[in-house]
Design a protein around this ligand. Structure first.
Ligand SMILES: Nc1ncnc2c1ncn2[C@@H]1O[C@H](COP(=O)(O)OP(=O)(O)OP(=O)(O)O)[C@@H](O)[C@H]1O
Length: 335
């Protein structure tokens, strides 16, 4: 599949007026392929906005290679900018203008046929509210108006920085549905966020960044499955006896107040059988599948500190996940 965004070894250090330096990007890699809804996740200050701003030519990188829609960025951005919609800064709209008038003006300024305005208003679900003044819009409606403005040009790629930030649950749900509809219409979507549960629901792929480095990337399910230890929560009346049976059978067991957590479970039916044969009836047997939240916290909290000397160098793993794969970092102990 064609890469819509490719970033390799991106570096950016911000230098303060008093000589201080802040490394925002430390040799960061990312690839987004056509058709993906790609989540770009990281804690506050991890480098997401700097990455997106650099990609769009708003910040100059110190080093690294980037391309958008197959063209080198930022040099060839003018050639592809008409195919990219981006909301990286919160757009400011005139409160006294209606949503429809705002979009008509933007369409005119951008040489977009005026008919597109009705199409994008419908796409973002604002058609019926288009004649209301923007100052009366909720934050969610303003965000959708911003997306509508980015859609005017019929982009192939939509880049959204924290689109769900500050929205209430209903607004987040609307934004999520909108992104899904856009992806179904064939638009590749890159969405940055620190709202993990949302990314898990919306996105099919994810790249996780921490302290300017990639710590994980891939299909969401694959990133999660790397952390799946085959754990089950087991509830029985006699916890000590059940723990003894399972431990003797070679399974790692952790005892909690009212349940056991058993790891390395291949077939859960085996647990029921073993305990049932001994007169212990299993009241609960639940798989403990990892969610993105716990994976994210583990990856971003500990891994980067352990990675030293991985500045871009030929044949040296630069990204934290590469270092994990090559055995430089053992995340197992973090789990
Ligand atoms: N213009 C700037 N001048 C100085 N430092 C900056 C500038 N922009 C970003 N930084 C610093 O670079 C680092 C990365 O910031 P960035 O905004 O890219 O992170 P982020 O992941 O987008 O965070 P958030 O989720 O809070 O928006 C932070 O330490 C930030 O303070």
């Amino acid at each position: 599949m064609a890469a819509v965004i490719e970033i390799e070894g991106l570096r950016k250090t911000f230098r303060g007026l008093r000589g201080g330096a802040r490394v925002a990007l430390d040799g960061f890699d990312m690839a987004v392929e056509a058709g993906q809804i790609h989540g770009f996740l990281g804690p506050n200050g991890s480098g997401k906005t700097t990455t997106l701003r650099t990609l769009l030519g708003l910040v100059r990188a110190d080093d690294g290679r980037m391309s958008i829609l197959g063209q080198p960025a930022p040099e060839s951005l003018p050639a592809v900018v008409g195919r990219v919609g981006a909301i990286v800064e919160s757009p400011q709209f005139f409160g006294n203008f209606t949503g429809r008038r705002t979009l008509r003006l933007l369409a005119k300024a951008g040489g977009v046929p005026p008919e597109r305005v009705e199409t994008v208003l419908t796409q973002v679900g604002l058609r019926d509210r288009g004649n209301e003044r923007v100052k009366g819009y909720s934050l969610g409606m303003r965000q959708r108006l911003a997306v509508a403005s980015a859609l005017l040009k019929q982009p192939e790629l939509l880049i959204l920085d924290e689109p769900a930030n500050g929205l209430d649950p209903a607004g987040i749900r609307e934004m999520r549905d909108l992104m899904r509809e856009l992806a179904a219409a064939g638009i590749t979507v890159l969405v940055s966020s620190h709202i993990l549960a949302e990314i898990q629901l919306i996105c099919d792929h994810v790249t996780i960044i921490s302290r300017g480095r990639r710590v994980a990337t891939g299909p969401v399910a694959a990133v999660l499955s790397g952390f799946d230890k085959g754990e089950f929560r087991v509830r029985v009346a006699d916890l000590d006896r059940a723990a003894g049976v399972l431990t003797t059978a070679g399974l790692p067991v952790t005892k909690h107040e009212d349940h056991l957590v058993v790891a390395d479970v291949g077939d859960p039916a085996w647990i029921s059988e073993q305990l049932g044969q001994r007169g212990m009836w299993v009241a609960e047997l639940t798989p403990l599948t990892p969610d993105l939240e716990s994976v994210f916290l583990k990856l971003t909290a500990a891994a980067p500190e352990k990675l030293t000397g991985t500045a871009p160098e030929a044949a040296v793993p630069r990204q934290v996940d590469e270092a994990v794969q090559s055995g430089q970092i053992d995340l197992g102990e973090q789990r």
